[in-house]
Write a protein that binds this ligand. Sequence first.
Ligand SMILES: [Zn+2]
Length: 69
Amino acid sequence: MPLLYCHVHARAFVQDHHHWTYLAHDTIHPLKRLYEMLHAADIETSDYQVIETPCDQCEESTRQHLRDH
Ligand SMILES: [Zn+2]
């Protein structure tokens, strides 16, 4: 299962629990490198894929932005 990650807030989506949690950039970088290595070697990589996506805080700030204007 690919990992959903928000680079702006350093948050990852825990699919089992359906919530967002803090995950340091230092943790996500080796994962991305691993994915790129496996991908380059033509190995099935979807479990290691990191997908950049807006998190709950992104959505919250968008909502606040809409409220404030
Ligand atoms: Zn975010």
